[in-house]
Design a protein. Structure first.
Length: 308
C-alpha cells in the first residue's frame, strides 16, 4: 500500500533513500536546508532510477514524479506515514531537528534516524514522543545496500521497533535488530575493528594500503558478500561445523586476536601514510570514477547473491 514518506535531509544518504522509497511505489516529501538541496535530490533520483530498474526494484505504479520538496522539516513531516531523517551527524543538530519533526509528525508515525553512530536516547531528549523514535541506519548507498540497523532507545516502545522492522521488510530491505544502544551500532563497529588492524599493519610496515585492501577484496571479502564471518567459519569446519573449527583453530585464532594492534588515528604521520597509500591505490581515478565502478559491481553482486 502506498504511503507518504518524509525524508528529512536530502543529501547523499537522504536522496538515496528518497530514490528507493519512490521506486517502491511511495510518495516522498523531502526537505534539505541547502540552497541546492532540491536540485541535488532530483538529479540523484534521476541518476539512480535506471539502476533500480535493472535490479527489479521499481514496482508497478512507482514514479519519480511522486517526489515533492518542502521548505522545512515540519512541512515534510506533516502527514507522513513514516519518516527517515538523514541530517548531519551532529548530536546537537539532531536534537533540534528531532524536536521539530516530533512536533509536526502525526502521533502514530515512526521517526527513524539514519545516524551512523549516535544514540537515539540522546537525540530525542527534547521530544515529547520519544517512544516512537528509532535508529534506522542504512549502509551507503541506501538505494543499493539492503542492510538497515534498527535500534531503540531507553524510551522507545516495542511497538515502534516492530513497526520500523516491518516497514523496512515491506520495502525490501534486510533490517537487523540491535538489542541495546552502543556507539556506532554494529556494522560500523565491525568495519572499525577490521580497519583498525589494517591501519596497524600499515603503520608497522607489514603491508601497503593497497595490498591490505586487496587482502580483503580478493579474499574474505568475496565470501562476506554471501555470508558473515561466523557462518563462514562454520563452513570452514567441514562436516563438524563450528565445533570442529573451534576444536582445531580456537587456540591459533586466539593468538591472532591477542596480537592485534591498537593504532591511534590522531597521529599526523599515520594519517599522511594512509592518505598517500589510498592516493596511490586510486591512481588517476576520481571519486566519481570510483563511485560509478563501485555501484556497477554492487549491482552485479546483488544480482548473484539474490539480495535484496
Amino acid at each position: 500500500m502506498s504511503q507518504r514518506i518524509g525524508v528529512i535531509g536530502a543529501g547523499t544518504i537522504g536522496a538515496s533513500w528518497a530514490a528507493y522509497f519512490l521506486a517502491q511505489g511511495h510518495d516522498v516529501a523531502a526537505t534539505d536546508p541547502s540552497p541546492q538541496g532540491e536540485a541535488f535530490a532530483r538529479r540523484f533520483i534521476a541518476n539512480a532510477w535506471p539502476t533500480l530498474e535493472k535490479l527489479g526494484l521499481v514496482v508497478q505504479g512507482a514514479s519519480a514524479d511522486r517526489f515533492t520538496f518542502h521548505k522545512d522539516a515540519a512541512a515534510a513531516a506533516a502527514g507522513a506515514d513514516f519518516i527517515q531523517e538523514s541530517g548531519p551527524e551532529r548530536e546537537d543538530l539532531k536534537i533540534k531537528l528531532f524536536n521539530v519533526i516530533d512536533g509536526a509528525a502525526p502521533p502514530e508515525t515512526v521517526i527513524a534516524s539514519s545516524s551512523s553512530g549516535l544514540l537515539i536516547s540522546r537525540v530525542t531528549v527534547e521530544c515529547k514522543h520519544p517512544e516512537r523514535c528509532v535508529i534506522g541506519h542504512p549502509f551507503n548507498p541506501p538505494h543499493l545496500i539492503p542492510l538497515v540497523e534498527v535500534v531503540g532507545g531507553t524510551k522507545t516502545s516495542r511497538a515502534a521497533i516492530e513497526k520500523a522492522m516491518a516497514f523496512y521488510r515491506a520495502v525490501g530491505k534486510h533490517p537487523i535488530l540491535i538489542n541495546k544502544e552502543v556507539k556506532g551500532h554494529v556494522a560500523n563497529r565491525l568495519q572499525a575493528a577490521l580497519w583498525r588492524e589494517v591501519v596497524h599493519l600499515v603503520a608497522e610496515g607489514v603491508v601497503s594500503v593497497a595490498d591490505a585492501d586487496a587482502a580483503v577484496a580478493y579474499g574474505p571479502g568475496l565470501r562476506w558478500a554471501l555470508m558473515g564471518p561466523s557462518l563462514t567459519f562454520h563452513l570452514a569446519g567441514g562436516e563438524g561445523g563450528m565445533k570442529h573449527f573451534l576444536d582445531h583453530l580456537a587456540p591459533a585464532m586466539q593468538g591472532w586476536m591477542d596480537d592485534l594492534g591498537a593504532p591511534r588515528l590522531n597521529s599526523p604521520e599515520l594519517q599522511q601514510a594512509i592518505i598517500k597509500g589510498v592516493a596511490e591505490e586510486a591512481g588517476s581515478r576520481t571519486i566519481g570514477d570510483l563511485q560509478k565502478w563501485r555501484d556497477r559491481k554492487l549491482i552485479d553482486i546483488l544480482k548473484v547473491s539474490g539480495s535484496p
